[in-house]
Structure formats: C-alpha cells, structure tokens
Design a protein around this ligand. Sequence first.
Ligand code: BGC
Length: 440
Amino acid sequence: MKANSEREQEFSSEFQELVSKQENINKKPKKFLWGVATSAFQLEGSPYADWSTWDSVFNINPQITNHYQLYKEDIKLIKNLGVNAYRFSIEWSRIQPSEGYWIKNVVEHYQRIIDLLNENDITPMVTIHHFTHPIWFINKYPWHKRKSIEKFVEYIERLIENIKGVDYWITFNEPYLLILGGYVEGCIPPGIRDFNLAVKALKNILNCHSKIYDLIHLVNPHAMVSIAHNMAVFNPWTKVNPLDRLIAKVATDFYNHSIINGFLTGRVSLSLPFQKSIEIDVPIKGKLDFFGINYYTRVHMRFNPLKKFFVEFRHRDIDGHGLTDMGWEIYPKGLIKVLKYASTLNVPLIITENGIATKDDHKKIKFIKAHIDALEEAIKLGIDVRGYFYWSLIDNYEWLHGLDARFGLYRVDFKTYRRIYTKAASFYSYIIRSRKFPAQ
Ligand code: BGC
C-alpha cells in the first residue's frame, strides 16, 4: 500500500494538472463574436416539415439553396468573410420525419458541420428550434397541448447526447413571432386564431426552454444558452393622439418587454389594449446565460376600432434611411434603444440577427455601416454586447415571402445554386477587420 504522503503527492500533481488544463481552456483568446446567421429550413427546406406544405414555393424549389449538399462550400464562404462565429439551426423534421423514428445520418450531418466550423476556428451557435416542426408533431402535439413539452424534450435529450463541440445554444428563435403568427394571426403553422390557445402555447414553449436550459448545462456546465428574441421599436402613428400612444406602449410592453420580465421574475405578464393583463408563471427566472436579440425595424402603431385588439401598424420612412424590399423601415438608432432595455437583464447581449432584404448592394452596405455604428455607440455607453450576427450568409427562403427577399451577403441563383460574392460581403469583412470591440 502506498503511504499517505505519497498518495497526497500524486493527488496534488493530478490536481495541478487539472487546474492548468482548466487555465488553458480559460486562456483561449476571448473575442467579440462577429458572425453570420441562417436557419436550416430557409437554406435547405425539408419534405417532412410543416412549412413545406404551407407554401407553394417548395413544390417548385424544394432544395431552396441546396445547402444540405453544399455545406462544405458554404463553410468556405463563411471562412472567406473573416467571421469567427456562425449561427445556424438543426432541422428537426429531417431527424424525426415520423414519430418514433431517429435518422442517425442526419444528426451526423449536422455534427460534421459543427466539426468543420470548429476546425476552422469558427464558433458554432446552434438554434434548436427555428419556426419549423415535423408534420406529425404539429398535427398531433401542437404547442398548446401539454404533451408537446414531453415530445419536444424527448427529442432534445437525444439530440444533446449526440451533438458535441457546441458552447452557444439558442433554444427557440423568436417564440413570440411563432405564437403571434401561428396562434393569433393564423398565418403560419399551425394556423390557429385563438388567443387563449396562444397563451397556452407560449407557456409550454417557455417551459421547454427551462427544461432544455437545464439539460444542456448538465452536459456542458460552461454552455451559453439563450433564446433569440425579436425586438422592434414601436412608435405612435400620431404622437399627439393618446390612443396611438397607448397602443404603442402596449405593443412595446407585450412584444419587447414581457419576456425580459419573465426571465427576471419567472412571471410573463401579457397586456392587451383595454383588457386585464394575463399572467403566466413559468420557471425561466435566471435561465439565461446571454440574451439573443434579433433587431430589424421600427413600426408605427395606430388605434383602429375596426381591427383585432384595436391595433393597426405600418412602416414609414421617417428618418430618411428608406424602406427595405419588404417595406420595413430602416431605423439604426432603434438598435441602441432595444439594447438599452435588454441590458436590464444584466447578462451579456448578443445581436443574433440583423439584416436587410434588398437587391441593392449599396443600400446593404449603408445598412450594415449604420447598424454597426449604432452598436458601437451602445458599447461606448457601457452596454455589454458580446457579438453581432448579420442575417444572412446567403440569400434564402423568406417566410411567406418566397425567394425574392435578398438578405444574403452572397447572392444565390436559385436555379443553378450558384453563390455570388457581393460588395456587401466585402464591406462586412472590412468592418470586422477595422472595428475593435471589447472581447468577452
Ligand atoms: C427570423 C428569420 C427571418 C428574418 C427576416 C427573423 O424574424 O428569425 O428567420 O428570415 O427575421 O425576416
């Protein structure tokens, strides 16, 4: 038997080794995340996803950009930009095309993407849920049914066990848009129009976030987990009209703030004009390692008694920055406003999406410059922003707008799948090289 002192000696050198390994991990150069963002379905479609039957584009062009086959070439495009991070999603319906099935090859495919990114020093940020579902799930277990939690978490448990090499996770992309589109407007799957069901669905989704947050941390205690929340600036259509002002305030509280308060308190309070607010208790308090913000535009709100919830909204070109091809106002200052509010969360902020749909390269360059200037101003104000992801790497499918909304830094010819380098891509690379933002 070894003497105690000998064992202590051994233990102490093992411990020293562990500590120095840990120090090495911590010594990894810290950097501001300069990235580009995409989502799987928007790049590669999927015959098993609810959206492929929702929009006729997929009858003509089911592969969209054919990224599923061309991912290696696309990673080269990412590398060429000089970014150090890439946000993308995993398409659930390809992994589980039918209930109970698990297509291992598909998981391996996404793992190859992650490995390739890591080998190229590009930090992967993985979005678990970006709007689409397997058809069987949305038909049998839509989000307003409690069973949706069990089914989704079952999938996530298995996914997390099988995916390695990811520190940054987004559980849900824009849960509010999903709920407003899918359960209030009914314009996206599951196409329901029922506010009570919308509240149930949101509650179940946030419960899933909470469970997934814990699951990821069990496997990787250093993981950085968030949602990506769409934030916008809401102004009254007419400043002197108190009803327009009220509608703008209600929209801001509902759309921007209620989720932030949810992460701060564990209670999401949803108010509608002239109605008692609805309180949802969800176990999400503090379940956030950073906060992902998708910022695009400002909206002008008007009281209209003939509209649902008395709300009407429009985009207007007030400051002269113009409108995008989708008719959205370009409003760079709004980025500072949303960052300021989100900073009340006291966690690092990452802009997980910001971009413009336009065929005009010059306009895209002006958009990028103005938004990065705004970001710089926010950082100078002391707001803890750790990353910026331009949406999107290449042109892709835009929900309900087909293939014509050109967000890409690389243009795509959807017939030949050719990618074309643009001046905007070159400008973004230049920005990355020339702006020095604080590292993490
Ligand atoms: C979504 C993206 C979308 C982009 C532009 C975001 O709301 O996350 O999927 O393409 O906005 O509309």
